[in-house]
Structure formats: C-alpha cells, structure tokens
Design a protein around this ligand. Structure first.
Ligand code: DON
Length: 314
C-alpha cells in the first residue's frame, strides 16, 4: 500500500492537468497593470510534508508576487512586534463579506477600524505597526522575516510590479487616508510611507516551492522543519490559521471551507498558500482569477486534493 505522499507523487501531475481547464473560467488581474502579463493558463503546485519530502507538478518554475498572501506573514510579524492587544486595537477579527478592497463597511460599523487584517484596509493598518525607524527598515524587517520563514535568503520584491501598483493604487490610497482620518493610522504616520512598505511587501516574489515552505512552517506549528527552531509562537500561528479559514479566500472563504476545509490564503497574482495542519505545506500558482479574486484552476486543484485525501479539518 503506497503512503499518501507516494500516492500524491504519482497522481498530482495528472490531476493538475485536469484542473488546468478551469483557467478559462477566469481572467488575469490587470488593475495592477504589470500583473496582466502573467500566463493565464499556467498552473503549478508544490507540496511539502513534515519530513521535507517535496512533490512538484506543472509550472513550478514560475515566479510570482505574493500580493495578499503576504498579509498573513506581516500579521505574524506585527503580532511578534506589538502583541495581540495592540494589533487588535487596530483591526477586527471578523470576515467582512465584501470584496478585499471594499470601503463599504469601513464607515458603517466601527468607523475606520477594518474588519480583519486580510482585507486591504486591515493589511495597510498592520503594515504600519511593523517596527522600524524608517520605511526601509520596516520593509527590510518584513523581507528578512519572509526569507527566514521560506528558508531562502534571496527572496526580494519585484520592482516592476511594485512600481506598477504604486502608480495606480488610487483605491488603496483612499483606504489609507480614511484610516488616517480615523486615527487607525497615527498622526505621525505618513500615508505614502506606509503604502510604500505595503506595495513592496505585496511585490515580494516567490515560486511554488518557497510558498509551500512558508505553509509548512505554519502546518508545523511555527517550527522550522530543518533546524527545529521556533520561528513563530504557536499562539500567533493559531491566529493566522484561523484568519486563513475565516477570511483567507475573501468573501469566498465560506465556500472554500465547505469545498476544501483547509486554511488557505490567495493573492491577486494567482498564488494560493494552503496547509494541512501537522502534515503539508502547499504552494499553488494559477494566474487566472474568478470574480472574487481567487485562482480558478488553483481552487479546482485544491478542492480535488482535499476531497481525494479527506483533508478537511472540519
Ligand atoms: O493591494 C492590492 O490590491 C494588492 N497589492 C493585493 C490584493 C490581493 O492580492 C487580493 N487578492 N486576492
């Protein structure tokens, strides 16, 4: 009887090819102009188990920017920098039910306080909490933390994608000014400074294997696979995993919880980081997105894998 990992190794390439067709149901994001160049029907997936065994299939050599996936790890760094109480003074803990860049509820409920740290408004508020005497220092601390979690000292941001977002991010600018007006961003925080760090963070570039490694650290309770060192306190890993389940796929998080039932976080470049607690870290790229901003082929593949191996945590 083959182990599950052996079974995955044998079948992943075939299932991935079966999922590829779902790319035609979506569209590559173009509101950040530079993202529009991504190959629409690419699909890649890497899966790493707790012994470090790695399975890879499809277009895994593709590099892509993390975009919203970065929000999970910036949240973790903010929790490590400032603690739970301070972080949750600035953002809530609830799904918004709206699009990731919506401003609707920002004014309606608790004025200025974003519903959660994974929508854009919440993530901008979180980035402002990262310690550092300058924006460069804040960004360098974020980048170095990502390098540590991914076990890769070369991770850096894509200048083209950063510049492209920086020049077109009118909606994020308006969200950030609204946060400042409501003191979620403090008086001494310059909107353009925090956005600059946020855009660089979103433009951090990875491939499926690096993403799977980052997922593996969360699946492994915050401990590095190789060194056994605690990289993130378990309590904060718990918080991150919970947000991934409740808000990670935006206002499709409920549907994904039913269809796949594993913590996951998507990004508008088509990446998805997913994990099976105690077992696997998974990195997926499929640039074609559905209306809610999630990779169509990536969703198809993760739902197939979860159903096949009964991964749902529920
Ligand atoms: O702020 C933005 O709009 C992008 N840098 C990130 C958004 C994103 O990835 C949402 N994902 N589905």
């Amino acid at each position: 009887m083959p182990t599950e990992m052996e079974h995955i190794t044998e079948h992943l390439p075939g299932w991935l090819e079966e999922s590829r067709h779902a790319a035609s149901e979506g569209k590559v994001a173009d509101y950040i102009p530079e993202l529009a160049h991504a190959p629409a029907d690419a699909l890649g997936c890497t899966l790493i188990d707790t012994n470090g065994n790695t399975v890879t299939a499809g277009d895994c050599s593709l590099s892509f920017t993390m975009q919203s996936i970065s929000k999970v790890f910036t949240l973790l760094l903010a929790l490590m920098d400032r603690g739970e109480e301070r972080v949750f003074n600035h953002v809530g803990m609830e799904p918004s039910g709206d699009d990731y860049n919506s401003m609707l509820k920002l004014e309606l409920v608790e004025p200025g306080k974003p519903f959660n740290p994974l929508i854009n408004a919440g993530a901008i508020a979180i980035t402002a909490l990262i310690k550092g005497d300058s924006t460069d220092e804040q960004f360098t601390r974020i980048r170095d933390f990502f390098r540590t979690i991914a076990g890769n000292p070369d991770i850096d941001y894509n200048h083209g994608v950063y510049t492209s977002e920086q020049q077109t991010a009118h909606r994020n600018r308006s969200l950030a000014y609204f946060l400042k007006d409501n003191d979620v961003l403090s008086d001494d925080t310059e909107v353009e400074d925090v956005l600059d760090v946020y855009f660089r963070q979103c433009a951090l570039e990875v491939n499926c294997e690096q993403l799977a490694r980052m997922g593996m650290v969360l699946a492994n309770g915050g401990f590095d696979l190789v060194t056994g060192q605690e990289l993130i306190p378990y309590r904060y890993v718990q918080i991150a995993k919970t947000f991934m389940v409740t808000c990670g796929m935006y206002n499709a998080s409920g549907e994904f919880a039913i269809q796949a039932g594993i913590p996951a976080k998507s990004g508008v470049s088509g990446g998805i980081l997913a994990l099976v607690p105690g077992r696997y870290g998974i990195g997926v790229i499929g640039p074609s997105l559905n209306r809610k901003g999630n990779s169509t082929a990536g969703l198809h593949l993760l739902q197939k894998l979860s159903a096949q191996y009964n991964w749902s945590i529920f």
